[in-house]
Write a protein that binds this ligand. Structure first.
Ligand code: PLP
Length: 387
């Protein structure tokens, strides 16, 4: 059946009406529209598709689980949930072993904020300029971009923003009234900015000194994307709170807020989500994590990311200000708006993303085959070189 959205404006709230490919099928990094045209996905739905579209082991796990038990709340023992949680905490540093499950990145952040406020008895949250943490009111209060915040003000009080990678600003802002310092190890939506060496260690030291909690938002960087299973591993800095979502369940909606027993012991009040930890998402998550580990996908992300970065580093400096990123989370900052380039790439069959007005963001599925990645890079080189 054809998607009416491709012919006239769809009823989806917020739909801009700009005609976009109407996608009906996917495999790995390949997507097909309803006319049978093939596209290469260089955006993986903002990092959801680290395992690509329809990863076979996730599809099989979902099919099996759907036939056995589709839903059951967290009040019951559900073996598939236990298996998934055991697998997840088995991949994390030993003290990160308490997990709250939800359904999206913003919910994972929302839970982190509530846990930090409750466990510390403090209200202040420090986040970074250019940071993105989601769009529910708490997570939006931690998000930096003015256009996203302003229409919904007043937001939650107590949030302040400091320049990313500025240790002095962070040290000054985080004090004895701070509940949570929330950072992305690599800022994704904000333009692909990587934490400088020493920055996260300074964040750890300052939060420990003043009794604040350190939260890493790895909703976009998590699960092998940056060349490590979790980006924070690169710097050897362990947070008190870790938020995950996007690719965690291989394409099925999920959110996770991971913390320590020490933090859990200080948590007062309650937090809950009806669908959080549902058997379907847990089965998908267990299968997805098992596939990532089996295939050591972080190594592939590192190798393909280095290759892509090296190629992109030869783009003409009169059009490109900087190429940056880690693993297969790369940003190409142009000296002009990125929207026309994205449209030209789409016409050529390559679907990429912006990160702000001037940054081309590449975060393809980690399973992308080398020919598709090479073809995508060639298209970018040709379009940018064309002027
Ligand atoms: C770092 C980060 N945190 C939170 C979110 C919000 O996730 P979701 O869209 O699943 O609510 C995003 C989404 O892009 C993100 O990149």
């Amino acid at each position: 059946m054809s998607d009416p959205g491709s012919a006239r404006r769809s009823p989806a709230f917020g739909d801009s009406g700009r005609p976009r490919p109407s996608i009906v099928k996917g495999e790995g990094a390949a997507l097909w529209d309803e006319t049978g045209r093939r596209y290469v996905d260089l955006g993986a739905t903002h990092g959801v598709g680290n395992l690509g579209a329809c990863p076979p082991e996730v599809v099989r796990a979902v099919q099996r689980q759907a036939e056995e038990l589709l839903y059951l709340g967290t009040g019951y023992g559900v073996p598939v949930r236990r298996a998934f949680l055991d697998r997840l905490v088995g991949l994390l540093p030993p003290n990160l072993n308490r997990v709250f499950l939800s359904n999206s990145g913003t919910e994972a952040v929302e839970a982190a904020i509530k846990i930090a406020r409750s466990a510390t008895g403090r209200t202040r949250v420090v986040a970074a300029m250019r940071g993105f943490h989601g769009r529910t009111l708490g997570a939006l209060s931690a998000t930096w971009r003015k256009e996203l915040r302003e229409p919904f003000e007043p937001l939650v009080p107590g949030f302040v923003h400091v320049p990313f990678n500025d240790v002095d600003a962070l040290t000054a802002a985080v004090d004895e009234s701070t509940a949570l310092l929330l950072l992305e190890p690599v800022q994704g939506e904000g333009g692909v900015h990587v934490a400088d060496d020493g920055y996260l260690a300074a964040a750890r030291a300052r939060t420990s000194e003043v009794g604040a909690l350190l939260g890493f938002d790895e909703v976009q960087t998590g699960i092998a994307r940056t060349g490590r299973l979790f980006a924070f591993e690169r710097w050897g800095v362990v947070p008190d709170l870790l938020t995950l979502a996007k690719s965690l369940a291989g394409g099925v909606p999920i959110g996770a807020t991971v913390t320590t027993e020490a933090v859990e012991a200080r948590f007062r009040g309650s937090h809950h989500s009806t669908f959080g930890g549902n058997p379907l998402a847990c089965a998908a998550g267990d299968a997805a994590l098992s596939a990532v580990v089996r295939d050591r996908l972080w190594e592939r992300a590192e190798r393909l990311g280095n290759y892509a970065r090296e190629r992109l580093s030869h783009l003409p400096p009169e059009r490109v200000r900087e190429v940056r990123g880690l693993g297969l989370l790369l940003g190409v900052e142009l000296r002009e708006r990125v929207a026309p380039l994205l449209e030209r790439l789409e016409e050529r069959g390559f679907l990429a993303l912006p990160a702000g007005a001037t940054v081309l963001r590449l975060l393809p599925p980690l399973v992308i085959n080398e020919n598709d990645l090479r073809a995508g890079l060639e298209a970018i080189e040709e379009e940018i070189g064309r002027g």
